[in-house]
Write a protein that binds this ligand. Sequence first.
Ligand SMILES: Nc1nc2c(ncn2[C@@H]2O[C@H](COP(=O)(O)OP(=O)(O)OP(=O)(O)O)[C@@H](O)[C@H]2O)c(=O)[nH]1
Ligand SMILES: [Mg+2]
Length: 227
Amino acid sequence: MLNFDFPRLAAIGLTPALLQQALAQAGDGDLQLARVCRVQRDCAWVHDGEDEHLAHALPGIHAELAVGDWALCQPREHEPWRLLERLEPFNQLVRVNDEGARQAYASNVDTALLVMGLDGDYNPRRLERYLGLAAAAGVAPVVALSKADLCPDAEARLAELEQRLRPLPPILLLNGTDPACREALRPWLGMGQTLVMLGSSGAGKSTLSNTLLGEETQAVGRRRWAG
Ligand SMILES: Nc1nc2c(ncn2[C@@H]2O[C@H](COP(=O)(O)OP(=O)(O)OP(=O)(O)O)[C@@H](O)[C@H]2O)c(=O)[nH]1
Ligand SMILES: [Mg+2]
């Protein structure tokens, strides 16, 4: 039997269509529907709407996993959960790396927040590539121009992008350290909405994320390995 508490899981992005798919795939056994929130080389963490749980999948399934996937899991006491099946996502943000391999950033995404700093990071052509990546996945883009507080030409750059980008996405001028960001991004941060931030190292993703969450969950200003 599949265990699910729809309101609890809808709050972390479950849709009726994904639930239908889960019910069709579940079969027998005491299974829990959960969302993948972290993927490492040989393990993953899933969220059941209340807590995170370490989960292990068979290698073939593990290789397919991306953050944001929904999965059928077998919960276990004091042991990692078993992640038995991955549900087909309704969309997936993907890039093709230099060797031509497909790499998934995230699955089941409502909004791609493209973060670009109005410092040396400002690069409209790179932004257009990110917009192409979002369009290819069918994910709605929003552009966040961070470090607006440091840039005297912020309005001129906004105008340049408004002239250049077609179709024109929403573009926001932000100071990622200012709590006013929460109000500016409110339309894309409703209950159950999934927003993914994309942008170069140093663009201000962690800063913005900490400001939106109101707590320091992300290390800021440190270069680290990233996919
Ligand atoms: N003044 C100002 N500083 C910012 C703003 N956004 C980010 N910063 C600073 O820019 C630096 C890099 O910001 P991060 O948030 O760490 O950048 P990131 O995009 O998470 O970078 P990676 O984790 O390497 O991908 C930090 O020193 C931040 O304090 C902003 O809007 N205004
Ligand atoms: Mg960061």
